[in-house]
Design a protein around this ligand. Structure first.
Ligand SMILES: Cc1cc2nc3c(=O)[nH]c(=O)nc-3n(C[C@H](O)[C@H](O)[C@H](O)COP(=O)(O)OP(=O)(O)OC[C@H]3O[C@@H](n4cnc5c(N)ncnc54)[C@H](O)[C@@H]3O)c2cc1C
Length: 394
């Protein structure tokens, strides 16, 4: 069993052999069955079931090889690395359900809801996505959720709008975060309501014209008098602090994805430069090209070292916002540089889908900005380092 060539220090070797076998199965499906479809899907900006159904079939959340044992957090991180190493859209889509939604249920549901839903999510029978961002509130969503909910009889009524919601058209439930405006409710009360994808009053509009993560489908949502039964309210979410608790965990997953996308860009550049000849030699044999390959590999190696250490610390119970914010900030920045270098060493062909780096180059931009922009993650780290919050102008 072997690590990908981009995993220079062998983080893969730290996984249980049964987890390694599962991930090798995933790698084979990605490289053999899905990679050949990617350029066409990217060009057409579509996510056909032929691209994600094979991933669902692999049972990656409850791998049969583990015989019922829980997979480790390191495995879950490496799973995102492997997915993003082949395509960042596929990784983002898979993570919307297996990472964001599942983590939300694990951390934000009541014990009874969690016991009922978590195995169903693991089997991909109960699917959902995470709807927090709004048209007028991205980075400042912690202070500005405009979507509202109010109690009405035995349920809730939701009104508002959400933006960028990944995979909303491909799942059963949309986890909508809303401010509780029921008479007498605490002014800081935030609820998370699982809205049926086909609920009356919910309108989904795909966001078109994207130049990044074109395969992944993102949606604008309008909610007008949408009704949700009380059983669809996540019992563990009452304030934004509870939402932040979920984001801390999901941001680490995005750092794994950024590391994987950087690995994919590096490996594509390595393949291209060893094949392409100029001046009678493979361009990978020129010193200036090797310097760029070395920088790319250093970026991937540093990113993998960071995210694997972060995951091990989190598994040991060290859970701090600044740790995952730092990892997301650093890995996304390294991804952006790596994808740009990969594009550069492929010359003109680097801007075509054929050389396999253009997708990573474009997709790096979305990863750089979602799940907390570079600046917002830097401000989280800065606040922890200095004790001074710099989110707003004084
Ligand atoms: C492809 C994609 C998928 C996404 N998927 C989802 C999803 O599934 N669910 C979901 O809820 N959201 C999703 N998002 C939303 C994402 O989390 C937001 O785009 C992100 O939080 C940034 O918000 P914004 O785009 O509104 O940018 P803005 O908040 O408008 O920021 C614009 C710029 O201003 C900077 N800025 C803002 N405030 C400050 C400050 N105080 N100091 C310094 N700089 C500042 C930002 O860093 C950024 O550079 C997705 C986004 C993308 C692009």
């Amino acid at each position: 069993m072997s690590a990908p060539v981009s995993d220079l220090y062998g983080v893969f070797d730290r996984l249980d052999p049964r987890e390694q076998r599962t991930l090798e199965g995933l790698r084979a499906v990605l490289e053999r069955d899905l990679a050949p479809q990617l350029a066409g899907a990217w060009e057409r900006a579509e996510l056909p079931p032929s691209l994600y159904a094979p991933l669902i079939g692999l049972d990656l959340m409850a791998p049969p090889a583990l015989g019922g044992d829980e997979p480790s957090a390191l495995y879950e991180g490496y799973r995102s690395f492997e997915l993003a190493r082949v395509d960042a859209s596929l990784a983002t889509f898979y993570n919307a359900v297996a990472g964001l939604f599942r983590t939300l249920v694990r951390l934000g549901a009541s014990p009874a809801q969690r016991a009922a839903w978590d195995p169903e999510i693991a089997a991909w029978r109960f699917t959902g996505v995470f709807a927090l961002t709004e048209p007028e509130h991205g980075s400042d969503i912690a202070r500005g959720i405009a979507t509202t909910c109010r109690r009405d009889g035995a349920g809730w009524v939701v009104d508002g709008a959400k933006r960028w919601i990944g995979g909303a058209g491909q799942v059963q439930k949309i986890a909508v975060f809303a401010r509780d405006v029921t008479e007498g409710a605490d002014a800081r009360a935030v609820r998370c309501l699982l809205v049926d994808a086909g609920a009356p009053g919910l309108t989904l509009s795909p966001i078109t014209g994207k130049a990044s993560l074109r395969i992944m489908q993102n949606y604008d949502l309008r909610l007008e008098g949408v009704r949700v039964a009380d059983e669809g309210r996540l019992g563990g979410i009452s304030t934004f602090a509870d939402v932040a608790n979920v984001l801390r965990a999901t941001r680490s997953m995005v750092a794994w994805m950024a590391s994987g996308a950087a690995a994919g860009a590096y490996e594509a550049a390595l393949r291209y430069t060893t094949r392409r000849e100029q001046f009678g030699h493979p361009i990978a044999g020129f010193q200036l090209v090797q310097e760029k390959l070395a920088r790319m590999l250093a970026n991937v190696t540093a990113s993998l070292a960071l995210v694997s250490n972060l995951t091990e610390r989190q598994t040991a119970g060290v859970l701090r916002d600044e740790d995952s914010a730092l990892a997301k900030m650093f890995t996304a920045e390294r991804l952006r540089e790596t994808a740009a270098l990969a594009r550069e060493v492929c010359g003109g062909n680097g801007i075509t889908l054929d050389a396999d780096v253009a997708r990573f180059h474009a997709d790096a931009e979305a990863i750089y900005s979602y799940e907390g922009t570079h600046e917002i993650n830097a401000l989280i780290v800065g606040r922890a380092a200095t004790g001074l919050s710099a989110f707003t102008r004084r």
